[in-house]
Design a protein around this ligand. Structure first.
Ligand code: GGG
Length: 350
């Protein structure tokens, strides 16, 4: 019996998201043997500005029927920061319980790193994606006065901490990796990060074949610059994962190559570039589509097509080696020309 088609929800979103998603999805379709059925969801700033709608309930319900979401970016200078990000992006991550944010840091070409004498960088970050300071709990007292008080609550649950730590260890074991490092700030956040400490070492005791390590977040930031090759698999909090993976992207060639997966192992997962909507370069056909293309590879792996995912990564390595890339990576191509170069590689035409 033929396999059922995989239903993909495309959410290009805002700015360069609308340019990179169509390019990357063509590459995904070319690389895979899976039958993909795509449907576009027009969520983002245009709709919000025209109708006031952010994420209607009917669309949330419709998404439950999909196998994956492929998302571009959300953000628009015409909309107050936080409205689109919280109303659409964080809603997707939270309502679909996408608790594992996978962010690979890989140095594909040595000259792309600003670090001197960098060795090979190949780190998988597991960022907890549904708790911490991101849950939106808090409030403001006496707003606008000299006595104003702002509260933003840091919430961690044992269940939330345990599942991301276990997911990181399981992934490390299944991929034959060497070491899992916990990054936290347990010397200062003595309640929330003490929970991370206790749960990490409890779960770690079940994985005798893997080395375990711990770094305080400040020391980890330094290590990522001075000795990134010493990291292998990292598990960390929502906030620290957000910040450290931007640092990680910077040492691996920039946000234009940084991909991510928001995973619910039992539900709907979402794949997106780490970058935002970049309104300053939107509409000019100059955005680098490779981060979204690599997110597409992660989506194929998640859907069970490892071969397709590897083919995409090979194609990305090829365009990087042959400088068939956008100017910030040393090439002279437009966004669509990068897409054409990837397709040509996948079709065996080069
Ligand atoms: N693909 C990640 C994403 O869209 N993040 C939200 C974000 O960074 N928004 C700010 C912006 O696009 O300027």
């Amino acid at each position: 019996m033929p396999n059922k088609p995989k239903k993909i929800a495309l959410i290009p979103g805002d700015g360069i998201g609308k340019e990179v998603i169509p390019i990357a999805f063509e590459v995904v379709k070319k690389a895979t043997t899976l039958e993909l059925k795509a449907q576009n969801f027009a969520l983002g700033s245009e709709r919000y500005l025209q109708t006031g709608e952010l994420f209607p309930e009917a669309e949330k319900k419709a998404l439950q029927d999909f196998d994956a979401v492929f998302l571009g970016a959300l953000g628009d200078p015409r909309v107050k920061p936080g409205i689109l990000e919280r109303g659409i992006l964080l809603t997707l991550r939270f309502e679909f319980d996408q608790y594992a944010n996978l962010r690979p840091l890989k140095l594909y070409r040595k000259d792309l790193t600003p670090l001197k004498n960098a060795a090979a960088i190949d780190v998988m970050f597991f960022r907890e994606n549904t708790e911490d300071l991101y849950i939106g709990a808090g409030g403001v007292l006496k707003k606008g006065t000299a006595d104003e008080v702002a509260l933003q609550e840091l919430v961690q649950t044992r269940k939330g901490v345990e599942r991301i730590i276990r997911y990181a260890f399981e992934w490390a074991k299944s991929k034959g990796r060497q070491k899992v490092t916990l990054i936290d700030k347990c010397n200062v956040l003595t309640y929330a990060h003490d929970l991370w400490q206790r749960v990490f070492w409890e779960v770690a005791s079940e994985y005798s074949s893997l080395e375990k390590d711990h770094l305080l977040v400040d020391a980890a930031a330094m290590k990522m610059v001075l000795a990134p090759e010493s990291l292998d698999v990292v598990v960390t909090t929502n906030m620290f994962g957000d910040i450290l993976t931007d640092l990680g992207a910077a040492i691996c060639g920039g946000l234009g190559l940084a991909a991510s997966g928001n995973i619910n192992p039992e539900g709907l997962s979402m794949f997106e570039p780490v970058h935002g909507s970049a309104p300053d370069i939107a509409g000019k056909n100059i955005a680098n589509p490779l981060a979204t293309v690599l997110a597409g590879a992660m989506m194929l792996e998640h859907l069970g097509d490892n071969r397709g995912a590897c083919k995409i990564e090979e194609a990305v390595v090829w365009v990087l080696e042959h400088k068939k890339v956008t100017p910030e990576l040393g090439g002279m191509l437009s966004s669509t020309e990068v897409g054409e170069a990837l397709l040509a590689y996948l079709e065996g035409k080069v």
